[in-house]
Design a protein around this ligand. Structure first.
Ligand code: HEM
Length: 535
């Protein structure tokens, strides 16, 4: 099986992220500074400490790099075994054999709400008041249950992906339009250039992530939303790329950096757009005239359910818009960059596109450059395609399960027994294991069949094994079935219809930098796209 080696891409991102001593020293200094600022007492307010993401990053770096840096760090840490942290205030968990069981504790012991409230106010920009906090605490569990019912339940998630009409829309991935007003919505930010009647050049990340977002967003808010809110996609990515990481590490939003100013403005526009959805949904569900006669008949069960919950708790429209940003972001921020990486790995791994086209051929029919039949169930059973998605997760996903320890808990960890105190934090950094050569030989290579196994009937099948892209326990991702199917369906539709090649002689996988859950390319990838010749 052909493989793609991306160690260059990982290493090129500055010497800071290569295995060098300077980076280890910086990581240790960061951790020591954090341990100084996190002396007992400072986290008693149950608010997510601003240094926590930095500690996860620095600890993950040292654990992954090994060597002297890890030895020094290990000798300084508070506990041993699978727990990493210089104080008892926060432990980064890596390599705990019973992690799934540990994370499955109820929220009265391991609670995600303090993290969610911190994200809602500090990052998503909801005004912080005790009343709203109480309301969110009351309704969040039921709001997540609504999302889970639509996007994790197998039948509902399949129906939602089918409703995206990915095969139909993929025929217009690029439209060959010379007039900007005729471009598809997802082409508008992709800097498309018509080379000739057969070929278009485009920025792949921009094209693909907006394509994915245009498929999934209507499944939450209905078709009207993207039609009337023309800046939503750009604003979402400005918020995600620029503002989110800064707010996450506690940079105040009044700091006069352009990036922060623009990010806060984008976030405010998103709040207004989402507030508008709730206002119109409320009018529609109460049988009142809807603003601008907007057709709201296709808003999802998630929004319908949320309107009811918010009504019961008397939450104002502006708050509904502010709190909704987490939902819009959660649906798209990981999924759409993942679609980009998936397609990039597929097209750049020698011979893989051909193998995948063959694998899905009995489930997809292409006639006159259009998909005329698309058996989603069959496609999602294609082992190599699915395994390539899992391998993409392994390469670029950075999931972490962050929980507040609400009650003291004893944790068995091989020869160790740890007593975690109430009022402290734990973070299961699932991504560290993904680049560990003990789990995955040659971890910087994209190996499409890495997750393939032979099942009891002798058939090839893709299994997650140790991979945990969706986190774990009660707080596990509530959109996972939909996300996986959406990525697979976009991959299958695009490779069925399009040839994609790099501008320049060969594929170059761009250097990666940490994102808000999925690694981000440091630069976009310029590609040539032409219709696939089907014989
Ligand atoms: C490739 C795409 C995605 C990835 C990698 C991903 C990953 C994650 C991870 C790691 C968590 C935290 C889990 C934990 O704390 O243990 C999470 C939570 C969550 N995700 Fe996703 N996610 C994706 C797509 C989606 C989509 C499409 C939706 C909604 C439609 C969604 C909705 C949520 C929600 C609501 C939570 C919070 C769950 C809770 O606190 O109970 N996610 N996701």
């Amino acid at each position: 099986m052909a493989q793609l080696d991306i160690s260059d891409a990982l290493n090129k991102y500055g010497t800071l992220f290569t295995e060098n001593k300077a980076a280890s020293i910086i990581a240790i200094v960061v951790l020591l500074a954090i341990s100084y600022y996190s002396l007992p007492g400072s986290t008693k307010e149950k608010h997510l400490p601003v240094w926590l993401p930095l500690e996860i990053g620095a600890a993950s770096y040292l654990i992954s790099s090994g060597g002297l840096g890890l030895s020094i760090y290990s000798s300084l840490r508070k506990y041993g075994g699978s727990l990493f942290g210089l104080t008892s205030q926060h432990q980064v968990i890596h390599g705990l054999p019973s992690l799934d069981k540990f994370l499955s504790q109820g929220s009265h012991i391991l609670d995600g709400f303090p993290r969610d409230w911190a994200l809602s106010t500090k990052v998503f920009g909801a005004h912080s008041t005790a009343d709203v906090k109480e309301t969110l605490h009351t309704v969040l569990h039921r709001m997540n249950a609504l999302t889970e019912r639509l996007f994790v339940n197998e039948a509902n998630a399949t129906a939602a992906v089918e409703a995206c009409d990915i095969p139909g829309n993929a025929a217009s991935l690029v439209t060959f339009s010379s007039k900007p007003e005729n471009l598809a919505r997802w082409e508008r930010s992709a800097n498309v250039k018509l080379i000739d009647s057969q070929t278009v050049e485009a920025d792949m990340l921009h094209l693909v992530r907006d394509f994915g977002a245009c498929m999934s967003i209507p499944q939450l808010y209905g078709r009207h939303f993207l039609e009337r809110e023309q800046t939503v996609l750009d604003d979402l990515w400005i918020f995600d790329n620029d503002l989110f990481p800064l707010m996450m590490v506690g940079i105040p939003q009044w700091v006069p950096f352009k990036m922060i100013k623009d990010g806060v403005a984008a976030r405010s526009r998103l709040h207004k757009s989402l507030e508008g959805v709730y206002r119109r949904a409320d009018q529609y569900l109460k049988g009142e005239p809807v603003d601008d006669d907007t057709d709201m008949s296709d808003i999802s069960s998630v929004i319908r359910g949320r309107v009811k919950l918010y009504d019961e708790n008397g939450l104002t429209m502006d708050y509904r818009g502010q709190l909704e940003l987490g939902n819009l972001w959660g649906q798209n921020a990981n999924t759409q960059p993942m679609v980009f990486w998936f397609l990039l790995f597929i097209y750049s791994t020698p011979g893989l596109v051909e193998q995948l086209r063959k694998e899905i051929s009995s489930h997809v029919t292409v006639t006159d450059s259009k998909i005329t039949s698309f058996d989603l169930q069959g496609i999602t059973r294609c082992a190599l395609l699915k395994g390539s998605v899992y391998e993409t997760f392994r390469m670029v996903d950075e999931p972490t399960s962050i929980r507040y320890v609400r009650k003291p808990i004893t944790l068995s960890d091989g020869q160790y027994t740890h007593n975690l105190k109430e009022g402290t934090w734990i973070s299961a950094a699932h991504a560290i294991a993904n680049k560990d050569a003990a789990n995955y030989p040659e971890p910087h290579k994209f190996v499409p069949d890495r997750f393939l196994e032979i099942d009891e009937n002798g058939a090839r099948t893709a299994r997650y094994g140790k991979l945990r892209p969706w986190g774990g326990g009660a707080g596990i991702c509530k959109g996972r079935t939909f996300a996986e199917k959406e990525i697979i369906a976009i991959g299958a539709a695009v490779i069925s219809l399009w040839d994609i090649s790099p501008v320049g002689k060969e594929w170059v996988i761009p250097p990666m930098r940490p994102g808000t859950g999925t690694m981000q390319p440091v630069s976009d990838v310029r590609v040539r796209i032409s219709r696939r010749e089907v014989h």
